[in-house]
Design a protein around this ligand. Structure first.
Ligand SMILES: [Zn+2]
Length: 411
């Protein structure tokens, strides 16, 4: 095979192979490449300035895509440039986006593989360490993120995710229209969300936000009112039902868990049963739930208002919602369920934002879906403890619509 053909197969624009080596036993090949004669555009890798004359040459070795069964290494002849801005620097080469020993298209192949498989599986396929795969994937996502057009932010979502152990809470700001997370911040204070408004948005972008979907959490509300005073705050069903579910769970724990091993055994694994909506249960599950209720009336008493609260969002007019909410609160009066008493107070205090559901058109359920996606990533491995990686990965998932987890109630 002629050298020209080797160059064609390699397919690096502007580069030609001048030497090659094949080890048939080890199934490896090594190719030495340099610029084609006409290719003389020299760019500084530090500042992208155009430089007319090279200073000297050097070499770099990177792993490239395999040729059939042969693992392929490319040795590139590189120019060093004397840049007026940066001093002595290596030239910029399209196939070498970073200092790691891989070509750009090799990194892209690894990044694409990571979109549908775990880092462990990709590592095995490419013969790399897991940590290397994650580092490549992160660079792949950063490059994708740097060149994409980002949609305008009109409806903001703010949520928190519990990570546990070292970082307890992460605040998630998201674009509800495009369904992607925009930013993660440590903790869930007013200052956390302030940081998002200050560092991520221009004053023009802040003014353009029309609605914010948030939990009934005062620090977030205070931050939104300070930075984007004209935006309507909406408390969505997802967050309110989370509080109601927490109420049911509290009663479940108090009634069963603190009452000995036998009672604990009865309720084991039944948590999701209580937190799932009745209409979503099949007859077998309904029977299990009824059995649980026959053992403990108090759990049933907590379950009923949780179920009936859902009906609030079947009303589309603010007036009708308010009437329903008042009657729901009145019924609670006789139940002696402190968790729900507190929830009722909370709902009354935030009634304006709850009724905004009937006034503002925002895609509901999106905050919940984003939340679910992030949690599913976190379950996949410790690599996602890197918040930057987690964010880019979740953004990529939202944009490519891959692996969007089904929206589950009662998380
Ligand atoms: Zn430079």
């Amino acid at each position: 095979m002629r050298r020209n053909d080797w160059t064609k197969i390699l397919g690096w624009p502007g580069y030609t192979i001048f030497q090659q080596e094949i080890d048939e036993k080890a199934k490896t090949s090594k190719l030495w490449v340099r610029r084609k004669r006409g290719n003389r555009r020299l760019i500084c890798s530090g500042c992208s300035a155009r430089i007319s004359e090279p200073s000297d040459t050097t070499e770099r070795e990177v792993r490239d895509l395999p040729w059939g069964e042969f693992r392929t290494t490319v040795v590139i002849e590189l120019y060093r440039l004397r840049c007026p801005n940066c001093g002595l620097r290596i030239e910029k080469v399209d196939q070498l986006p970073c200092k790691a020993p891989f070509s750009k298209r090799f990194e892209e192949a690894v990044g694409e593989a990571c979109e549908s498989a775990s880092a462990r599986r990709v590592a095995k396929k490419f013969g790399l360490a897991k940590s290397t795969v994650r580092a490549i994937d992160l660079r792949y996502l950063e490059r994708w993120n740097a060149q994409r057009k980002k949609p305008a932010l009109r409806d903001l979502g703010v949520d928190e995710i519990f990570l546990g152990k070292s970082v307890i809470f992460v605040t998630v700001a998201s674009n509800v229209e495009s369904g992607e997370p925009l930013w993660f911040g440590r903790e869930r204070k007013k200052e956390t969300l302030d940081e998002f408004f200050r560092s991520e948005l221009s004053s023009r972008q802040r003014q353009r936000i029309e609605a914010a979907c948030v939990d009934m959490w005062e620090p977030f509300k205070a931050s939104i009112q300070q930075w984007s005073p004209n935006c309507a705050i909406v408390y969505d069903k997802f967050h309110i039902m989370q509080h109601a579910n927490k109420g049911v769970d509290e009663v479940r724990r108090a009634e069963f868990f603190r009452n000995g091993a036998r009672m604990r055994g009865l309720v084991k694994g039944k948590r999701w049963l209580l937190l799932t909506r009745w209409i979503q249960l099949n007859s077998d599950k309904r029977q299990q739930l009824n059995h649980l209720f026959s053992l403990n009336r108090k759990v049933m008493k907590a379950y009923l208002p949780k179920e009936s609260l859902e009906r609030l969002w079947t009303y589309t007019y603010a007036g009708a919602m308010l009437r329903y909410l008042s009657s729901w609160t009145l019924q609670l009066h006789w139940q002696r369920l402190p968790a729900f008493g507190n929830l009722a107070h909370m709902l009354i205090d935030h009634v304006d934002g709850i009724l905004n559901y009937g006034r503002v058109t925002v895609r509901f359920g999106v905050v919940e879906a984003i939340n679910g996606n992030i949690k599913s990533l976190l379950r996949r491995g410790p690599g996602y403890r890197n918040l930057r990686y987690l964010l880019l990965k979740a953004q990529r998932m939202a944009v490519t619509k891959t692996e969007f987890v089904a929206i589950r109630k009662a998380a």
